[in-house]
Design a protein around this ligand. Structure first.
Ligand code: NDP
Length: 273
């Protein structure tokens, strides 16, 4: 029987994961089947148990099940432990292994695909939710001069900063503390763009050769990217590369071969105009 994989979420209709993994499987000559599962809310465990019983080997996890997947797993990677959430799981007999590839996928996109080193740079991350938690350690591993986490709920930003304090220079703050500060890389890890909103970030945060990176994808020029563009930022990116890179990490973890992401990114990218 062909090895079975899937992405589980709710809603799931618009997920690009089946397309991405089919492309990876074809490019690497791996025989897999990959589908979408719309998980009924409150029934994550039984939905996953049925998938396993039918021969499922691994899952990508998307909203709102990342915490359920973490709780379901028997073993957790350091990235999953820090995020308190899983975006991929793998079944190995009775063991259920949890991973979180969002952060490494983001860093790989920024450093490898977009050519922006974080090392020695001032980095600003807006938001302190799940995606920001996933990014914390991979960001600090790149050794930026400083990582600043700004969030509406300042306590959350400061708590997240404390988690990274032993790994590098990191602090949490509110948006008002950003006045007069400038950063080389600015990441919008809030969910504001999903509803067409702009986090209250001053337009003065962008250094002259800054990169503005919107973690949401498929939205074109979001209010955040528009703000950056208006402030003279030339390098704008959305999260399509992050999506492809975290998928490639999961594929490599499951199948032992890392696919090239360029074709998939080219297929899914939307012009930022
Ligand atoms: P969470 O719900 O975990 O966190 C939401 C964050 O956004 C919180 O920090 C919240 O602040 C903040 N926020 C929400 N609305 C506003 C607003 N109007 N103004 C300012 N701050 C706001 O979301 P995730 O971390 O899971 O997702 C964040 C983004 O990352 C989304 O756009 C998502 O699509 C994207 N993402 C992209 C991925 C990819 O592969 N490209 C993968 C995962 C996520 P507060 O705490 O103050 O409420």
């Amino acid at each position: 029987m062909t090895d079975q994989y899937a992405v589980i979420g709710n809603p799931i209709a618009f997920s690009k994961s089946p397309l991405i993994h089919a492309s990876f499987a074809q490019a690497t000559g791996q025989e897999i089947e990959y589908r979408k599962i719309e998980g009924p809310l409150g029934r994550f465990e039984e939905t996953v148990a049925a998938f396993r019983a039918a021969g499922g080997k691994g899952l990508n996890i998307t909203a709102p099940f990342k915490l359920d997947a973490f709780a379901y797993a028997s073993e957790h990677s350091p990235a999953a432990l820090l995020a308190g959430a899983a975006n991929a799981i793998k079944f190995d007999g009775e063991r259920v292994l949890a991973e979180n590839f969002d952060g490494v996928g983001l860093v790989r996109d920024v450093v490898h695909n977009l050519g922006h080193a974080l090392r020695g740079k001032r980095v600003l991350m807006l938001g302190a939710g799940g995606a920001a938690r996933g990014a914390l350690l991979p960001f600090l591993a790149e050794q930026p001069t400083e990582l600043v986490i700004a969030n509406r709920n300042v306590d959350k930003a400061q708590a997240l900063a404390r988690l990274g304090a032993s790994r590098g220079q990191v602090r949490g703050c509110g948006y008002d503390a950003l006045v007069g500060e400038r950063f080389d890389l600015v990441f919008n890890a809030t969910s504001a763009s999903l509803v067409g909103e702009l986090p209250p970030v001053p337009a003065t945060v962008f250094a002259s050769a800054a990169l503005a990176y919107e973690l949401a994808y498929g939205k074109g020029l979001t209010p955040f990217l528009r703000l950056a563009q208006g402030a003279g930022v030339r390098q704008l990116a959305d999260g399509v590369g992050m999506l492809a890179e975290q998928a490639a990490e999961a594929f490599a973890w499951w199948r032992g071969v890392r696919p090239d992401t360029r074709a998939v990114i080219g297929q899914l990218a939307i012009a930022l105009v």
